[in-house]
Design a binder for this molecule. Structure first.
Ligand SMILES: CC(C)(COP(=O)(O)OP(=O)(O)OC[C@H]1O[C@@H](n2cnc3c(N)ncnc32)[C@H](O)[C@@H]1OP(=O)(O)O)[C@@H](O)C(=O)NCCC(=O)NCCS
Length: 163
């Protein structure tokens, strides 16, 4: 039995420990983290999954960014504990997170990730959007949360607090 709840401040370090377990060492050196430094994740969208013992089994976070000056959500990190991978929890976290994003009025979402995995949730290449280097452009994916939200949106992905 897995329960999903919006992430609270007290969950922070348990979620960080899960990400440390699930990702290669040095994950925070990735360029996407420079878009997140000192900016809190979007509250209400980031979710934590716990099993019946209260152990964190999965988590997803979203950050606000700007693309061509327009607001967008950056999905990730998302991770599921190795003992629970392949049970559908990653899909639940992503779908529930996207539904919450729509409900909160966000119109477009992007991420850096594997197209074969994220394609099943409706993500596809954003050919005109540039993440800070070094990022493989083929891993820059996006999805409209309202119809046409990415149409004509191009340029560098910038921090939310970029002026
Ligand atoms: C990626 C991750 C979140 C998926 O969570 P999960 O709960 O195992 O995923 P689900 O059970 O919803 O889906 C499993 C399916 O996704 C596929 N899948 C998982 N990761 C994949 C990837 N990187 N590329 C392609 N397919 C992938 C599995 O092969 C499986 O396919 P199937 O349904 O055809 O059997 C999880 O494997 C994880 O935490 N990985 C380590 C951290 C990570 O890489 N996060 C994503 C960063 S881009």
């Amino acid at each position: 039995m897995i329960e999903l709840k919006p992430e609270r401040q007290d969950d922070w370090w348990e979620v960080e420990a899960l990400y440390d377990l699930c990702f290669a060492p040095g994950r925070e050196a990735l360029s996407s983290y420079r878009l997140r430094d000192d900016i809190p994740p979007v509250s209400g969208l980031s979710l934590v999954a716990r099993d019946e013992s209260g152990i964190v089994t999965g988590a997803i976070r979203f950050w606000p960014v700007r693309v061509g000056g327009l607001p967008a959500l950056l999905l990730g990190p998302v991770a599921v504990h190795p003992t629970h991978q392949g049970e559908g929890l990653g899909g639940v976290l992503i779908r529930d997170g996207l539904a919450a994003a729509r409900a909160h009025g966000w119109t477009r979402v992007m991420l850096v990730g594997d197209a074969p995995y994220y394609g099943r949730f409706g993500f596809s290449r954003l050919t005109d959007v540039r993440m800070p280097p070094p990022t493989n452009p083929e891993r820059v994916l996006g999805q409209d949360l309202t119809p046409g939200a990415w149409d004509g949106v191009a340029g560098d992905v910038q921090r939310w607090d970029a002026v």
